[in-house]
Design a protein around this ligand. Structure first.
Ligand SMILES: Nc1ncnc2c1ncn2[C@@H]1O[C@H](COP(=O)(O)OP(=O)(O)O)[C@@H](O)[C@H]1O
Ligand SMILES: [Mg+2]
Length: 510
């Protein structure tokens, strides 16, 4: 055979090998979603097809700003550990910084070659090729390989071409992997939240009153209907709002929480509806409000009873038309949101005092869900205690239990702060108590003194009695949601009597 044709066969064989290598690389990249595993397969594929001695995939760690070896061929574990490069450091760093391939024909002669991994005692006779891994103009890392430097192994340009193709395949895989990881992380987070807190299974409540609440939640969750959650502070309104959200078809959309009582009146409108640049002093750029952010999702308007009168018409319009304008803008924005409102206030009394618009009240109150105060569902107390003890014992690696005397105190106490107060009390006990078995004497004194008596100032017997009577009436009114007839029944007096006493003690809900 003539030397010329021999050369041609060599060339064809090489081209074939290159193509096969690229094909193999693209195949192994789709075998799994495990980054290290796939990239290691890529490197060994390259090693076996292209006579490469060593190869490394470096990826940029976004947090530390360092290049890290993710996969390598022909390197020991220790070498991999050592092989971190900062941007601009060494050849690999240069390639990352300049975003152009680099070839060092004979690494023994190059001062830039740091040989950080210490894996090349025989520097002479080895060439080093390095190409950036890029995706849409963003550099993700560097791919580098060593090759025995000899004429018979073809030329460097061919190698470089193959490496560039491989680098772009790797880049696409890394991008895909990153988005996959993100989705998985979100799924995990959601699952954990669901299991940990918001699934209705983990909302504790044996009492008939809570069973009714759960039933209502099951019924309303699938629909788009607006719901209003009513009940004293700490009764679980927010928890229920989230449960409705998670159980609804909108659970994939956002859940935006907004507390109408938490922000000064002047800022409320722009927080809720957004503003245009220059709408008021300090509005240096335009900004979307909570309603826009909640598009396709659910907005939770907490403490809606505290919404100032001036803003109520705008909220009413969103409720009716699902539209509004940003502050300082004429453009009407349409949103698709489900509204869940909550309040601990006596809305009826607010309406009768002209502090809350009647039309808004009726719009909101289509589906009210009432969360009963804890003292009206005593049978839930032991289950809640159990639930919180388990949780806080686990968190704090303790084994705290309550004995019967302590349980008695918990049952007799009237929990003005409701489940939140119970939760905080249990947490404090688990964290602070010296012994693991807690009896009544080990409880905070405040739990043993019924709330009503604590307000006694003790001047004369007559005023003491009046104080106690006033406190009793107040407590009954709170328990019955300020429905006078119900409060009267609790106190075994007539509605007329309670009306008289309320006047005498100047009791009003607000
Ligand atoms: N039925 C319940 N089961 C378990 N935890 C509850 C229950 N009700 C309330 N909690 C807990 O009590 C605390 C107060 O509840 P939250 O929903 O914020 O009350 P509200 O919004 O009515 O003030 C939260 O930590 C919540 O997880
Ligand atoms: Mg709340």
């Amino acid at each position: 055979m003539k030397p010329g044709s021999n050369k041609k066969t060599d060339l064809t064989a090489r081209k074939n090998r290159e193509l096969t290598a690229i094909l193999e690389v693209s195949k192994v990249l789709t075998t799994s979603f495990v980054l290290e595993k796939n990239l290691s397969s890529v490197m060994s594929t390259l090693g076996s097809y292209l006579d490469m001695q060593r190869g490394c995939v470096f990826l940029l760690d976004h947090i530390s700003g360092e290049l890290r070896i993710i996969a390598a061929h022909g390197l020991t574990k220790q070498s991999i550990e050592k092989g971190k490069y900062r941007i601009g450091e060494g050849i690999v760093g240069r390639v990352l910084e300049k975003r152009t391939p680099m070839v060092i024909p004979n690494i023994g002669k190059d001062p830039l070659f740091l040989n950080k991994t210490g894996s090349r005692p025989e520097k002479d006779g080895i060439s080093f090729l390095s190409v950036p891994i890029e995706f849409k103009n963003k550099v993700l890392g560097v791919l580098s390989v060593d090759r025995i430097y000899s004429k018979k192994h073809g030329n460097v340009d061919d190698d470089l071409r193959v490496l560039k193709i491989v680098a772009s395949l790797i880049a696409q895989f890394v991008k895909l992997w990153e988005s996959y990881e993100e989705v998985e992380k979100e799924k995990d987070l959601l699952k954990r939240e669901l299991k940990g807190k918001y699934s209705i299974d983990n909302i504790v409540g044996q009492s008939d009153r809570m069973q009714e609440v759960f039933e209502a939640v099951q019924r309303v969750a699938p629909s788009k209907a607006n719901v209003i959650l009513r009940g004293e502070s700490g009764t679980g309104k927010e928890l229920i709002a989230k449960a409705i959200y998670y159980m609804s078809p909108r659970s994939k959309g956002p859940f935006i929480k907004f507390n109408c009582a938490s922000i000064p009146e002047g800022l409320l409108e722009s927080e809720l509806f957004g503003h245009e640049k220059g709408a008021f002093t300090g509005a240096i750029s335009s900004r979307s409000g909570k309603f826009e952010l909640a598009h396709k999702g659910t907005i939770f308007l907490d403490e809606i009873g505290d919404l100032p009168l001036t803003l109520q018409p705008k909220i009413l319009r969103v409720l009716q038309e699902r539209e509004f304008e940003r502050v300082g803008s004429e453009k009407t924005i349409k949103v698709d949101v489900r509204i869940i409102a909550a309040t601990s206030r006596n809305l009826e009394s607010l309406v009768s005092h002209a502090k809350f618009r009647e039309d808004l009240y009726y719009r909101l109150n289509v589906i009210p869900v009432l969360l009963p105060p804890l003292r009206e569902r005593q049978e839930d107390i032991p289950v809640l205690i159990d639930y919180f003890l388990k949780r806080f014992n686990k968190d704090n690696k303790r084994g705290v239990t309550l004995d019967e005397s302590a349980m008695r105190v918990f049952l007799d106490y009237d929990w003005p702060g409701n489940v939140r107060e119970l939760e905080n009390t249990i947490e404090r006990l688990v964290v602070m108590s010296d012994s693991e078995k807690i009896s009544a004497s080990g409880l905070p004194v405040s739990l043993s003194i019924p709330r009503i008596k604590t307000s006694v100032k003790g001047t004369s017997l007559a005023t003491d009695i009046e104080e106690i009577e006033k406190a009793n009436i107040l407590s009954a009114l709170e328990k019955s949601g300020w429905v006078q007839a119900r409060a009267a029944k609790l106190l075994s007096i007539t509605p007329r009597q309670i009306g008289y006493k309320m006047k005498k003690y100047e009791l009003e809900s607000h």
